[in-house]
Design a protein. Structure first.
Ligand SMILES: NC(=O)c1ccc[n+]([C@@H]2O[C@H](COP(=O)([O-])OP(=O)(O)OC[C@H]3O[C@@H](n4cnc5c(N)ncnc54)[C@H](OP(=O)(O)O)[C@@H]3O)[C@@H](O)[C@H]2O)c1
Length: 356
């Protein structure tokens, strides 16, 4: 049997994504073969494709930062050591933070990297928890340790991580300000955030007037453009969490320099860097936090914004949509059988018509 995946063949735009065929082999020792149900299209996928990372991934590679799927085959139990202690079985619903490999019909994953997922959850919504919501949850509750009533600023509030911050921030009863382009302000208002238009308003002036005592925390996915001017908006003891990925090695060094400098100043404010691949929280904390997020989704306490779904093999069109700058929330690739019956919320119908 054969299966297909979507491969980045050269550095550049969405046209660099090509569908290729591979042999469907049995999983090897310690692996599970996963039939992929959903994988997000996210900012880091685009940065990887253009090579805008401190260490660019080698070509060719399959993007896809996270997956939800079903275990389709397991490595031979005897080869796994004969102890029979496998935690997963064929038919189980699982997830993984893959970093690469999600744009495919199947993935081969180490059993130890699998995350158990409650079977009843919608795969497209759930896959947003594996990346965007875990970033939002951990930056809020582990990096900044927010409390009800805290005053926070979210930079890039309309994006995949940004809308997750708004959703979880509302649940935590935060007073939120969000920076986003004007056409997307309706989403920020739905979460009770005060929107700031970065094209026509000076965010420093707006916040200084609204919060003269300063902010408790800032969540910044932009890397540059906000930190230098905005750091002084924090109150004493406030935290700036930088989760945007540096786009080059020199950018990473500059950011590390800022980390040392700003944290050495005797003003009680701190800068924290957050990365899913560099986080110090450990696997145990991740599993705990994903379980919390699954429960919140099951109980209807959070609701990811999904602007569009595409079949997995149409990843190039989905990437073009995200790159167009017109997306609010998430774009998700799904197994074609899951697209049946999908409808977009009112405001997004125009965009869907153009892109499908
Ligand atoms: N550390 C990690 O582990 C991790 C994980 C995921 C993502 N990230 C990083 O987080 C960032 C966001 O990722 P994402 O997947 O959420 O991307 P996304 O969905 O593409 O969202 C990015 C958002 O930024 C906004 N934006 C663009 N230019 C802006 C500006 N000058 N000022 C303010 N907002 C601006 C865009 O909306 P507007 O139309 O409103 O401008 C867009 O909604 C990326 O740098 C990504 O690499 C890091």
């Amino acid at each position: 049997m054969r299966y297909k995946s979507v491969v980045v063949t050269k550095r550049g735009g969405p046209e660099a994504l090509q569908v290729v065929e591979n042999d469907l082999c049995p999983p090897s020792t310690g692996q599970a073969r996963i039939k992929i149900l959903a994988t997000p299209v996210c900012g880091p996928d685009i940065q990887h494709r253009y090579g805008q990372t401190p260490i660019a991934p080698k070509l060719p590679f399959v993007p896809g930062y996270a997956v939800i799927g079903v275990v389709d085959a397991m490595g031979d139990p005897e080869q796994r050591g004969g102890g029979g202690g496998a935690d997963f079985a064929v038919g189980d619903r699982v997830a993984a933070l893959t970093i690469f490999g999600g744009y495919a019909e199947y993935a081969y994953l180490a059993e130890e990297d699998l995350i158990p997922v409650p079977a009843g959850l919608d795969p497209a919504e759930t896959v947003t928890l594996i990346l965007n919501y875990i970033v939002a949850y951990q930056t809020l509750h582990r990096s900044a340790k927010v409390e009800a009533g805290d005053k926070v600023l979210i930079v890039g509030a309309s994006g995949g991580v940004g809308t997750a911050l708004l959703d979880l921030g509302k649940l935590a009863n935060l007073r939120m300000y969000g920076i986003a382009s004007k056409s997307k302000h309706h989403v920020l208002l739905e979460y009770g955030a005060v929107p700031i238009d970065y094209q026509t308003q000076d965010f420093v002036e707006v916040i200084r007037q609204a919060e003269p005592d300063g902010l408790d925390a800032v969540f910044d996915g932009m890397v540059w453009g906000y930190l230098d001017r905005g750091f002084s908006l924090l109150r004493r003891g406030g935290t700036w969490v930088q989760y945007g990925n540096p786009l080059s090695f020199s950018g990473l060094l500059r950011l590390l320099g800022k980390l040392v400098l700003l944290n050495a100043l005797p003003n009680g404010r701190s800068l924290r860097l957050y990365g899913t691949t560099t986080s110090k929280f450990g696997r145990g904390r991740y599993l705990e936090d994903w379980a919390t997020l699954f429960e919140l989704l099951e109980k209807g306490k959070i609701k990811p914004v999904i602007m569009a779904k595409f079949p997995i093999l149409e990843a190039a069109r989905a990437n073009a949509l995200l790159e167009s700058g017109r997306v609010t929330g998430n774009v998700v690739l799904v197994a074609p059988e899951l697209l049946w019956g999908h409808r977009l919320p009112g405001n997004h119908e125009g965009v869907l018509r153009e892109w499908t």
